[in-house]
Design a protein around this ligand. Structure first.
Ligand code: ADP
Ligand code: MG
Length: 299
């Protein structure tokens, strides 16, 4: 059972110069990349070590340490503005897309730092997929093409037969196949919000990610769609490690085995107050701030 770590208080702050900066935008898709055989990738562990983040001079995360174990759904909870989305974006190298942004620390995918200068940006994106709060399929593109879009973006080629198989398998895993199998050529934008979100999950799965990051994936959805997405997550956890940000405490309890509580005290960067098994975090939290948050006393 993972240990729970209360936040060490009285941290000193370190300024960006010791922080790691990433390689420049010259790292683009490798056009010569050839697709690996489509075997199920083994489950992977993701670990953030001493992750700090800044927008300009403003530090928004301070040395966050969190292991997101293979095959476990980890929920990130905490009030708005405490850095959950920033942490999630650092986990797949999206934070660096913001011009003023910088970061420090390491993100290890099965022990290998995704920010290692030897590594390509596209590798991180391929292995670590992301689903956002607002479903963002390509609206004019067909359902079918939405699913295979990820392949193109990561420079992977596939035959038409392979694509057909991939589309069916990803839509099935995302819990959408039965609803759309007879209209695969219809535009993705014509689906309901919940269906669009599952289409985005299917699109993420098309590149066989080892980690799936989900940033409040149900907050724009009705309760029925939310329940379908939660069931989909529980099914997917057998083949991909999932990290979800959620403001819904019931959802965190329903889907996650591990939980991390983020908090940013007034005027200070965000950090993890406490993390550990979800049952313990909700049933027997160590820190009184965790107890207050999970019981709805603030946030
Ligand atoms: N693109 C950005 N530019 C400047 N500040 C940002 C940007 N994105 C987020 N922030 C700030 O970083 C802090 C953490 O934000 P965020 O990670 O979105 O928190 P959460 O997801 O927990 O609500 C907030 O104070 C927010 O205002
Ligand atoms: Mg957020």
């Amino acid at each position: 059972m993972p240990a729970r770590t209360p936040l060490s208080s009285g941290r000193t702050r370190l300024a960006p110069p010791w922080g790691k900066r990433w390689p420049g935008p010259d790292q683009v898709v490798d056009a010569n990349f050839s697709p690996p055989a489509r075997t199920l990738a083994p489950l992977a562990t993701l670990e953030g070590r001493n992750v700090s983040a800044w927008f300009g001079d403003r530090q928004v995360l301070d040395r966050v340490n969190l292991t997101m174990p293979a095959g476990i759904i980890t929920a990130l909870i905490g009030p708005s503005g405490c850095g959950k989305s920033t942490f999630l974006r650092i986990l797949n190298r999206m934070h660096e897309l913001v011009p003023s942004a910088s970061l420090a620390g390491e993100v290890l995918l099965d022990g290998e730092d995704i920010y290692d200068p030897e590594r390509k940006l596209v590798d991180a994106r391929k292995h670590i997929g992301m689903v956002f709060q607002k479903p963002n399929p390509f609206p004019a593109m067909s359902i079918y093409d939405n699913v295979v879009a990820g392949l193109t973006l990561t420079g992977r080629r596939a035959s038409n037969d392979e694509k057909d198989l991939l589309v069916e398998s990803c839509l099935t895993k995302a819990g959408l196949w039965k609803e759309v199998q007879d209209r695969l050529r219809a535009p993705g934008g014509g689906l309901s919000g919940g269906q669009q979100q599952r289409l985005c999950i299917a699109r993420s799965l098309a590149v066989t990610p080892r980690i799936l990051l989900m940033d409040e994936p149900c907050s724009a959805l009705d309760p029925t769609s939310t329940r379908v997405i939660e069931e989909t997550m529980l099914e997917l956890a057998h083949e991909v490690t999932i990290v979800i940000v959620t403001h819904n405490m019931q959802q965190a309890q329903r889907v996650s085995q591990n939980c991390a509580f983020f908090l940013a005290a007034q005027g200070t960067p965000g950090g993890i107050v406490e993390h550990g098994p979800t049952d313990a975090m909700f049933g027997n939290p160590i820190d009184s701030r965790t107890a207050d948050y999970v019981n709805g006393r603030f946030g």
